[in-house]
Write a protein that binds this ligand. Structure first.
Ligand code: FES
Ligand code: FES
Length: 157
């Protein structure tokens, strides 16, 4: 039985068991390795992708659950929020080892698409499930605020 999914705007008919986690489809079947495996239990956020702009955990999402849906991964995200986030990430040099960062960027860009002026509490609520073993949390918070200002045409210069 095949499963049809749209990933980064491209349609795929996948010949995999329906219960296969989306993360393994991305990494093993499609060789999109930007989305990372951390815990496999929806506890760390390393595997965060977006479904219609909302963050989901690919490690606990069976591919059958996203059949016919539109998925975006770090390889294909081109929204203005994602661009602002990536620019701010670079400017403030957020990543350390980098392992958690694609999940952080997917969560942060979803947050900004829903909330143009997130408070510290909003950021904590949206990003709390994205764990960083290198503890880049302060930089992540600052970079989200920088990206929010950038999107509003303001600058921290
Ligand atoms: S690998 Fe999916 S949440 Fe940790
Ligand atoms: S940058 Fe190393 S785990 Fe987050």
């Amino acid at each position: 039985m095949s499963v049809s999914v749209t990933i980064n705007g491209k349609d795929y008919k996948l010949d995999v068991p329906p219960e296969t986690p989306l993360l393994w489809v991305l990494r093993d079947t499609l060789k999109m390795t930007g989305t990372k495996f951390g815990c496999g239990q929806a506890l760390c956020g390393a595997c965060t992708v977006q479904m219609y702009g909302q963050p989901i955990r690919a490690c606990v999402t069976p591919v059958s659950a996203v059949a016919g849906q539109k998925i975006t991964t770090i390889e294909g995200i081109t929204t203005k929020e994602a661009k602002a986030v990536q620019t701010a990430w670079e400017k403030l040099q957020v990543p350390q080892c980098g392992y958690c960062q694609s999940g952080q960027i997917m969560a942060a860009s979803a947050l900004l698409a829903n909330n143009t002026s997130p408070s510290d509490a909003d950021i904590d609520a949206a990003m709390g499930g994205n764990i960083c073993r290198c503890a880049t949390y302060v930089k992540i918070r600052n970079a989200i605020k920088e990206a929010a200002d950038d999107l509003k045409g303001e600058s921290h210069a």
